[in-house]
Design a protein around this ligand. Structure first.
Ligand SMILES: [Zn+2]
Ligand SMILES: [Zn+2]
Length: 258
């Protein structure tokens, strides 16, 4: 069995094909997927997916790219996370690629999420782009290691991975690791300890080879696992078992299917 640790099934392209997307998941032995919240306004849709389907789980949080939206405080996130199907806080983090002026509100919002994760005991889903130093600095300042979590859709250097691993975090690879030009990232993927490895699609974005350019979906996380097996010279079953075990160890509020 495989687990997609990060997908956006509530986004229109996937929501319109809910049954078909779930059927492809089942056909590819992807037994569980975590649906990620990016805005409080859309959180009911994310939670609805998790409530309708036993194999889906939800996170609650506001993405750093969303500027003009409902701004959460710690108490609000804690209250929304108090639900059996909400197993994580995020996605949160910093993104200075789309917000080139590195606004203070991104860092304040990130700190809010880390505090909510520590309070709820539910782990963090961290997005970082062009902001690795500040991301690690805030994680350390706010004691994010106490909550734990994952660096999702990892695209940074080995040094950044090592910093996150030192805080007890997991590293999740997306379809980007299958891209031919992702040479440095492939090196990082060889070095992450097996017991800290996760896989994801970040669908509908970033479809892995051989589907590159299409609308991605959770069933295709298998291709990320295949690439990791190839890069690390480990059997595919080893990658599947380890990433599944790691998922349920980290997201301990999610129930493993029988
Ligand atoms: Zn992200
Ligand atoms: Zn995402």
């Amino acid at each position: 069995m495989y687990v997609d640790s990060h997908c956006h099934l509530d986004f229109p392209d996937l929501a319109a094909r809910e049954d078909e997307v779930l059927a492809t998941m089942a056909a590819n032995d992807v037994g569980t997927a975590l649906c990620i919240s990016v805005k409080l306004e859309d959180f009911p849709r994310v939670l609805g997916l998790a409530e309708r389907h036993p194999q889906l789980w939800a996170s609650v949080g506001v993405h750093p790219d969303n500027a003009d939206c409902d701004e959460p405080d710690v108490a609000r996130l804690v209250a929304l996370a108090d639900h059996l199907k909400v197993v994580a806080i995020g996605e949160t983090g910093l993104d200075y690629y789309w917000q080139k002026d590195a606004p203070e509100w991104q860092r304040a919002r990130f700190r809010t999420h880390i505090r909510a994760a520590r309070e709820t005991g539910k782990p963090l889903i961290i997005h970082t782009r062009s902001a690795a130093d500040d991301t690690l600095r805030l994680m350390r300042e706010e004691n994010a290691g106490e909550a734990g979590g994952v660096m999702h859709c990892f695209t940074e250097s080995w040094d950044v991975a090592a910093g996150a691993l030192e805080l007890g975090f997991y590293i999740s690879f997306s379809g980007i690791v299958t891209f031919r030009n992702a040479k440095d990232l492939k090196e990082v993927a060889r070095r992450v300890p097996l017991d800290r490895l996760l896989i994801e699609t970040d669908s509908p974005y970033l479809a892995p080879v051989p589907h590159r350019g299409k609308t991605n979906e959770p069933g295709w996380v298998v291709h990320v696992a295949e690439e990791l097996a190839r890069l690390r010279d480990e059997p595919l079953e080893t990658i599947a078992a380890a990433t599944t075990d790691n998922f349920f160890r980290l997201f301990s509020h999610a129930q493993r299917p029988a």
